[in-house]
Design a protein. Structure first.
Length: 288
């Protein structure tokens, strides 16, 4: 199946009261593990690519070519969107050019009028090309690719301004943070989420910082209109832990245990297990 825009899968998720996971990819093993799990569980999936990860993989064109070829070689039949995560204005155009099927323009650090102007332009480009577009209001806390936010709560009026431009989905800060949550994190602001939902109506909402949010909060967020949840760090931690165990147990020193196909296998399996666990919580299994 060819790459698809995230629009249809997110509208179905919103109506069906579940969420589609966006899992960020870093390399071939990540991509393969996520695609295989989505296919096995018959779940739609969004592959997220940050600008840093795109650069690491040598460029967005390499990423798009790899993902498209892998979908063919693995006979993936579930809907897959290839999505730029937290894109800059220039990054959005690079990904459009490279053949991504979905784009996030993160103008949350701009004054609202500039965020509106740039998002408006990208809405028209993405609509013309049939791509989905995510916009952001209220910076998500934590650190991602050097961008540091404090876990703001978005202004619902500003959310409405951006939603009314016709974006496909909206990421609104509701106290969420990228990376691990600190012990004294007060939790998601459902008050903000409900106020945003009231202003933006039917628009599918996006919850960033999916790592480490307790299941009950995830479920409540879905019930309040969240249809896409982003997970990155949790797959990285699972990969790290499994790889560390393999080496600490000395398995790389036995026979051909140094072969990267063996060395990276436990980490790849750990990513699969994490993605499965998230898909179960998000409710997207069997929804492809
Ligand atoms: P985590 O790394 O906290 O899972 O957040 C991922 C994310 O929101 C990507 O945009």
């Amino acid at each position: 199946m060819a790459l698809v825009s995230a629009k249809e899968m997110l509208e179905k998720a919103r109506d069906g009261k579940y969420a589609v996971g966006q899992f960020n990819i870093n390399n071939l093993e990540w991509t393969k593990s996520i695609l295989q799990t989505a296919e096995e569980l018959k779940s739609p999936v969004i592959l997220g690519v940050s600008e840093g990860a795109g650069k690491y993989m040598t460029g967005f064109k390499t990423v798009a070519a790899m993902v498209k070829a892998m979908i063919g070689c693995l006979n993936i039949t579930v809907p897959v969107a290839l999505h730029l995560d937290h894109g800059t204005y220039d990054g959005c155009y690079k990904c459009i050019d490279a053949g991504f099927s979905s784009i996030m323009f993160d103008g949350s650090h701009f004054p609202i009028d500039e965020n509106v102007a740039k998002t408006k332009e990208l809405v028209s480009v993405c609509n013309h090309l049939g791509l989905s577009l995510e916009a952001e209001v209220g910076a998500i806390g934590g650190e991602e690719d050097g961008v540091i936010g404090r876990g703001e709560c978005a202004d619902p009026e500003e959310c409405k301004k951006i939603a009314d431009l016709g974006v496909t989905m909206l990421a609104a800060g509701i106290g969420n943070i990228h990376g691990k949550y600190p012990a004294d994190w007060p939790g998601l602001s459902f008050e903000t989420l409900a106020a945003v939902k009231e202003k933006v109506g039917n628009m599918p909402l996006v919850l960033h910082g999916g790592t480490g949010i307790p299941t009950d909060m995830i479920k409540k967020a879905i019930s309040l209109g969240v249809a896409k949840i982003n997970v990155n760090t949790e797959c990285q931690l699972a990969f790290q832990e499994a790889t560390r165990k393999y080496i600490e147990e000395g398995k790389d020193l036995v026979g051909k245990g140094f072969d990267p196909r063996k060395l990276l296998a436990p980490g790849a399996q750990a990513i699969k297990d994490t993605v499965k666990e998230k898909m179960e919580i998000f409710g997207s299994i069997g929804k492809a």
